[in-house]
Design a binder for this molecule. Structure first.
Ligand code: K1U
Ligand code: ZN
Length: 178
């Protein structure tokens, strides 16, 4: 297993529509394992393959309480039912460090996907799991949570992230020359 680098916005790799996987083979199962390791280390409750530079339709999520683990690995996830009731939730994103905003989405979703053994599964997700799966599935379409906000709010967050990336790059340059 390996820890992968998480891409920070703005970055064109986060705006690409990811391709379906033909089959969950050893390479895709390995990617799922690396993504889980990366997600736990971050720490986060979800991660999508485009966030680690892989434009394939793979996501991992784990919303278990602290000290417990309940990983879910999904390839080619599809929402087959969404509740008409929609609820707001304050979302974060590992690709948008230190940024949070309310996003309104269906309260519950039924998702069909291939698991790590290439078996078709269906999951009825509620509460935080439903929020997280929908957020991760957005990444597969090149959509970030800020794309659900007003142009003004999105612009403010992107500006902050440009500053954040500049500061991080300067830190790295300083460490290199020390
Ligand atoms: O970057 C991502 O897609 C992961 C993101 C998932 C998410 C969080 C909240 C609402 C919707 C989707 C995160 O994991 S951000 C970090 C986070 O939420 C968290 C970190 C540590 C403990 C608990 C939560
Ligand atoms: Zn995200």
């Amino acid at each position: 297993m390996a820890r992968l680098e998480i891409i920070v916005a703005p970055d064109p790799r986060l705006k690409v529509k990811a391709k379906p996987v033909a089959k969950v083979d050893a390479r895709i199962a390995g990617l799922m394992a690396d993504m889980l390791e990366t997600m736990y280390a971050a720490p986060g409750i979800g991660l999508a393959a485009p966030q680690v530079g892989e434009a394939v339709r793979v996501i991992v999520v784990d919303v278990a309480k602290e000290g417990e683990r309940s990983p879910i690995r999904m390839a080619n996830p599809e929402v087959v039912w969404a509740s008409p009731e929609r609820v707001p939730y304050e979302e974060g994103c590992l690709s948008l460090p230190e940024q949070f905003a309310d996003v309104t989405r269906p309260k519950e979703v039924k998702v069909r996907y291939l698991d790590e053994h290439n078996k078709m599964q269906e999951l009825h997700a509620t509460e935080l799991l439903a929020v997280c799966i929908q957020h991760e599935m957005d990444h597969l379409e090149g959509v970030l949570f800020v794309d659900h906000l007003s142009t003004l709010r999105r612009g403010m967050i992107i500006k902050k992230l440009q500053k954040y990336k500049k500061a991080k790059a300067a830190e790295r340059d300083e460490q290199k020359s020390a």
